[in-house]
Design a protein around this ligand. Structure first.
Ligand code: GLA
Length: 397
């Protein structure tokens, strides 16, 4: 059973009405939008290389209670800290280097896409641990997109909406991320992982076996240099593509590269570019193999593929950390754990574990006992469910 219920989310509309006089005056107009976080089962750093990913939206989420306004402004308060920020929807101004950028960037990207937007006053609460690699930023973007739109939600096809939210991140916030997070937060389906081909944008819902639970272990380690290191990885992958394309025309991304081609061109690129590309090329194969193994109920294969993915992210892509490695080692030695690997960008953050249903407490106990001793850090363990994508919780009064 999922253990993600969060009192701050349940009572959000009431607290909004209590603390905001404008909301109090029009309590019947208060609406709530929710947007989930995500885990990625497998397929890491493949999305911006036009490869495959297998994420699932989860029931750790962002909610905004809000009233629409007609003054063209957004005024948003963080429930946890009381911090309040505002901007003009039609001209949000430059990036400020804080959480409001994800909100302002979404307003900017939706305006660029030609969507009619309204202003809103709102209160934002979250059960998603921030900076944990569970896509709290994409969740803020999608919750914002719904709050800025009319009563029927954003006037865009879901995939176009996901791509517009990604623009907020790429072109306003300045992280050169791929589409996975916004896709998962938009398209999430209860009980399902979603296998996306990031080149064709074809996707398929893949049932998460009912005898397995998703368990997220948060390393509690601060993520450092995340944006610059992330953008560096992207550039290193591009370097590998460039080296191969010089000698073999028709290559536009690592999706066009297979193992034998990569090895043939090994001497044409630096070692770092080769290692990054080797991760991506093999990770794409692991996504397709993991999808097949999940469908066949082959737990042993899923476990092997998760382990290989983690090792490749640690040794070739170099985005793991001693803390994440410790969580995976502890999980590997715990009965009932089927598969464990880091999830998301890395550089700190979380691991995702597939655990035999009913045995999550054994992993929780092992992590709480061994992890602080090994790392000096405090972990957080969440049993989560795969859920539907972003949307309104309540209907307008
Ligand atoms: C972050 C990015 C995604 C993806 C992952 C790594 O979550 O936002 O686009 O690249 O890292 O797989």
């Amino acid at each position: 059973m999922s253990d993600t219920s969060h009192p701050a989310l349940e009572s959000l509309p009431e607290r909004f009405i209590q603390r905001d006089p404008a909301a109090r005056a029009q309590a019947e107009r208060v609406r709530v939008v929710r947007a989930p976080g995500r885990v990625n089962l497998i397929g890491e750093h493949t999305d911006y290389n036009e490869g495959f990913v297998l994420p699932a939206a989860i029931d750790l989420e962002i909610r905004i209670a809000f009233i629409p306004t007609d003054d063209g402004r957004v005024e948003l308060t963080l429930d946890a800290t009381g911090e309040r920020r505002e901007f003009v929807v039609a001209s949000p101004g430059p990036r400020r280097g804080e959480w409001i950028d994800y909100v302002a960037g979404t307003a900017w990207a939706l305006t660029e896409a030609g969507l009619p937007l309204r202003g809103f006053r709102g209160l934002l609460a979250s059960s998603l641990p921030p900076g944990a690699g569970l896509s709290s930023s994409a969740a803020i973007e999608l919750a914002t997109a719904w709050a800025l739109s009319g009563p029927d939600g954003p006037a865009l096809e879901p995939m176009a909406l996901a791509r517009t939210a990604r623009r907020a991140e790429n072109d306003y916030v300045g992280v050169q991320s791929g589409l996975m997070d916004q896709f998962a937060v938009t398209m999430g389906r209860a009980g399902m992982a979603l296998r996306l081909d990031c080149r064709s944008l074809d996707w398929e819902a893949v049932p998460i076996p009912v005898d397995l639970e998703l368990v997220v272990c948060h390393s509690g380690s601060p993520r450092r240099l995340e944006v610059s290191a992330y953008n560096d990885r992207r550039a290193e992958c591009a370097r590998a593509v460039e080296a191969i394309a010089t000698h073999g025309p028709g290559i536009s991304s690592l999706r066009d590269v297979d193992l034998s081609m990569l090895e043939r061109h090994r001497t044409h690129m630096d070692e770092v570019a080769h290692a990054r590309a080797l991760h991506v090329v093999t990770e794409n194969l692991r996504v397709l193999d993991a999808e097949a193994a999940l469908k066949a109920g082959d737990r042993e294969a899923v476990g092997r593929l998760f382990a290989a993915s983690h090792a490749s992210l640690r040794d070739l892509f170099e985005v793991s950390s001693p803390a994440l490695d410790a969580l995976v080692v502890i999980a590997a030695g715990t009965p009932g754990v089927v598969a464990a690997r880091l999830t998301g960008a890395g550089f700190g953050g979380c691991t995702l574990n597939l655990v035999e249903r009913g045995r999550a407490d054994e992993l929780r106990a092992a992590v709480e006992r061994d992890y602080p001793a090994r790392t000096g850090l405090m972990p957080q363990v969440f049993v989560v469910d795969a859920v539907d994508g972003a949307g309104f919780l309540s209907t307008p009064g």
